[in-house]
Write a protein that binds this ligand. Structure first.
Ligand SMILES: NC(=O)c1ccc[n+]([C@@H]2O[C@H](COP(=O)([O-])OP(=O)(O)OC[C@H]3O[C@@H](n4cnc5c(N)ncnc54)[C@H](O)[C@@H]3O)[C@@H](O)[C@H]2O)c1
Ligand SMILES: CC(C)C[C@H](N)C(=O)O
Length: 367
């Protein structure tokens, strides 16, 4: 992989390799763009097949956070970390403390939080070494696990997408196929069940499936069958890349709205579903609830204020649909336009000189 060539292509600012032999830490921090503010994005721990795969994932996810934060209206740039290792076996306290010191060394250019393979307990350890971490325990006056809030945002965005497709945002009686019923989707299923939706679910984890079957009366299907079930809405909440050449011909849903990051395998798949008349709620707009919630910690966490912002995901999805119609483009491109327009406006206004510009985190210290 030609790293500088790749960084230049998507205009990345910085890529850092962090190594600590004693604890086994091998982390890669990617900072994509800090035009809007410090880069905020989670830390993923995963058993990557190669170092190249880890670098690619860090870079791709960091850029995704730039767009997610911009489209959500946050004054934050985009970054992400990947730690190479098995989250079930390779974690230890010294590793997260060493990682916390590396973050501290960046002096606020990057702020971390949870992602796949990391937990609130891990963030609490990082917090021993640095202030630049969010998603820490409520015991510290913080926001805790972002997943239930992400789920609420997906629920709100799904309602906006239903309104676009069916003329009403009510999900009562709608058949919704949910792929993956982990941390986010379990909570999503609860909201959908409470509104009277009918759930069809799948997961490779049988216990997770059993829980939603028992608690929410969901019908279970095999993982390979979820794409072709008769449903109104398909909610991908497990993996990326699941909207692809193999799955698209199977889809019967009129709406795609779910939590998973990077749902389109390639951009052209967004064009194909657009041509088919499927209403697609772009992933990084609908799943921004978690980052909106943790970002509120930077102002001194207030749950009510954070949830009000998460409610706005409904309006953000509507905005995407408006841009798509205005410019006659698919919704995934409209989402990019929403984010890029905001970044460009700020880039221009930032050319003004500002003496003693305060860092966003200084507000947290002064409260
Ligand atoms: N947690 C958050 O706040 C958050 C925020 C934004 C985006 N996301 C994205 O949402 C998705 C879900 O996140 P999560 O925190 O719920 O993760 P999770 O690991 O708790 O849940 C994912 C579930 O998908 C299942 N799964 C994996 N492969 C599958 C397959 N082939 N078929 C069916 N099920 C499969 C897993 O067994 C697991 O139960 C991820 O893509 C994540 O990146 C999460
Ligand atoms: C900051 C985190 C809550 C980000 C979350 N993992 C996401 O992908 O949006």
């Amino acid at each position: 992989m030609e790293i500088f060539k790749y960084m230049e292509k998507y205009d990345y600012e910085q890529l850092l390799f962090c190594q600590d032999k004693e604890s086994g830490l091998k982390a890669i921090i990617a900072i994509h763009d800090t035009t809007l503010g410090p880069a905020l994005g989670g830390t993923r721990m995963w058993m990557y097949e190669s170092e190249e795969a880890a670098i690619e994932d860090a870079l791709r996810l960091a850029r995704g956070m730039t767009y997610k934060n911009a489209a959500a209206g946050l004054n934050l740039g985009g970054g992400k970390t990947v730690i190479i290792g098995d989250p079930r076996k390779d974690k230890n306290e010294a590793m997260f403390r060493a990682f916390g010191r590396f973050i501290q060394g960046l002096n606020g250019r990057y702020i971390t939080a949870e992602d796949v393979g990391t937990t609130v307990a891990d963030m609490d350890i990082i917090y021993e070494e640095t202030d630049y971490v969010t998603g820490i325990s409520p015991a510290f006056g913080s926001s805790g696990n972002p997943s239930p809030v992400t789920a609420y945002g997906v629920y709100r965005g799904m309602k906006a997408a239903a309104k676009e497709a069916f003329g009403s945002d009510s999900l009562q009686g709608k058949v919704i196929a949910v792929q993956g019923v982990g941390n986010v989707a379990y909570n999503l299923c609860r909201h959908l069940h409470e509104e009277g939706a009918k759930l069809i679910v799948t997961d490779i984890n049988k216990e997770a499936v059993q829980r939603v079957v028992e608690e929410f009366g969901a019908k279970a299907v095999d993982p390979n069958d979820i794409y072709s079930v008769d449903c109104d809405i398909f909610a991908p909440c497990a993996l990326g890349g699941i909207i692809n050449d193999e799955t698209i011909p199977q889809l019967k849903a009129k709406v795609i709205a779910g939590a998973a990051n990077n749902q389109l395998k390639e951009a052209r798949h967004g064009d194909i579903i657009h041509e088919m008349g499927i209403v697609y709620a772009p992933d990084y707009v609908i799943n921004a609830g978690g980052v909106i919630n943790v970002a509120d910690e930077l102002y001194g966490y207030n749950r009510e204020r954070a949830m009000k912002k998460v409610e706005q995901i409904y309006n953000n999805i509507e905005k995407v649909f408006e841009i798509a119609k205005r410019d006659n483009i698919p919704t995934y491109k409209a989402a990019d336009r929403l984010a890029e327009e905001r970044i460009e406006k700020m880039r221009k206004s930032r050319s003004q000189f500002l003496q003693n510009g305060q860092h966003i985190l200084s507000r947290r210290r002064n409260r």
